[in-house]
Design a protein around this ligand. Sequence first.
Ligand code: COA
Length: 333
Amino acid sequence: MQSVGITGTGSYLPENILTNADLEKIVDTKDDWIASRTGIKERHIAPKEMPVSELCYQAGLRALEDARVAPEEVDLIIVATMTPDYAFPATACLVADRLGAKKAAAFDLEAACTGFIFAIATASQFVATGMYKTVLVIGGETMSKILNWEDRSTCILFGDGAGAAVLQAVQKGFGFLSFELGSDGSGGKLLSQPAGGSKCPASLETVEKNLHTLQMEGREVYKFAVRIMGDVSVKVLEKAGLRKEDVDLFVPHQANTRIIDAAVKRLGISPDKVVINLDKYGNMSAAAIPVALDEAVKAGRLAEGDTIVMVGFGAGLTWGACVLKWTKVGLKA
Ligand code: COA
């Protein structure tokens, strides 16, 4: 099997920023409550007319430029999203067309906030087996479009954005060392968008009842998240044959600083190794991890040979993690 790594990253955030103070004017909430319970101070919100494919296109383009790969060289595009432009066609197909990635196969993958981890795990198999040389993986969300802006327990949590990574073959010993993925459908009701699918097709009634918006049992999701983030991080490190001392950078899903703190404590790593940007962006679901990774790369927080753990959780319920030995040097074709 070929070793597979990330040879380029990119991200894109829509310009418009919604602060906690702005939210105070929309729902009965306080900046202090949001900041102390979640760590979130502001989030980016896409304009009404901007679909998620636009965010994904921008992030994908930047990742390709970073990896010095032309769109025509891309073999496969996977978009992880739960807020696609349409139920079909797949957002990945629209992005491929915008990019001019003429030879690329393209599909969407839905694992909610864990989507990016599931997508890189999937993408890496294609490169590891030699079926494809270059895969573009994008996590993008326009969460603002599926929120109930009258529900203070959910609308304060999320934001819009997209992050992307180019996966290619790398030197042995580098790239992905282990993956750990899981799901538990019995917890599906804890976090869902009930209407619009085949179980509850769109109707006047579903719109009136607000069933096209995100519904969540926050406390239950919180308990699950605290447990799973620590567990899966420990497991994925063990699978790679590494110890907590080996971790140079921890890139967790950006939902809540209290959830991240609990995982960091469980793993026993130093807080200065943790990437946190949810104060600026809120929870961007599948976009959270790739945006955090891209920002860490651009901020110079990663050196050749560093060990990264990325870990996420989300609706499904789903969870996933990977260990990555960092190099941006792809093998010559
Ligand atoms: N502003 C002010 N008060 C709010 C509020 C808001 N935005 N949202 C909820 N409240 C109130 C509640 O009504 C409740 O009031 P009550 O005690 O009078 O009933 C009180 O604050 C406490 O609510 P609770 O839900 O217990 O708060 P919490 O400490 O569990 O924090 C979350 C709420 C949502 C921040 C927390 O549960 C969480 O982060 N859950 C995980 C969510 C998540 O990560 N989802 C994405 C998964 S990918």
